[in-house]
Design a protein around this ligand. Sequence first.
Ligand SMILES: [Zn+2]
Length: 205
Amino acid sequence: MRRAMSFLLPLLAASGLSFPASAGERFEKVVLDPGHGGKDPGSSYFGLVEKHLTLDLAKRIERLLVAKGISVELTRRDDTFVELADRAALPDPSSKAIFVSLHFNAHTDRSVGGIETFYWPGSESGRELASYVQSEMGRRLVTRNRGFRPERLKVLELSPVTSILVECGFLSNRWESQRCGAEWFRQIVAEEIVQGLLRYRDATE
Ligand SMILES: [Zn+2]
């Protein structure tokens, strides 16, 4: 058996059939979830409030995706409170949608910094999507790459479609908070996230 396989593998590799095509997904819609909102401000440091930054970032990502012909829905468009279950319920399970939750981070240790992406444990498509997005983050920005990993986050658990949660920087870190509060930074983060989403989509080709 082993001998047969070792004989077959080069042939299969040459034909491009030896391994599944990289596990992207031809999504047609992106549901963007700006974290927090309304009575839930999220993290707040150095005069910045997470809920405002996530909404601004979501709208930047939306503009970029729409320009690429990809339809977008936001779980909120203004400073309102939306339950996690209602956010996760937005993508129709039968639709070709992916779900991207946007957050900024905080830590009691003010020296902690970097960007990281989470997916639901055991979700292979979530892991793939997280890997594509996280690998784009920091291409153009000097940042500590905290990587991507599984995390039991409620909104990821409830989402019926492939989903990730991106933590775009630590507001509790003075240096990072200054960047997070700057439009140029959020624009680059938006462009990098979009690049990651498109690479994930195009990986099916
Ligand atoms: Zn948050």
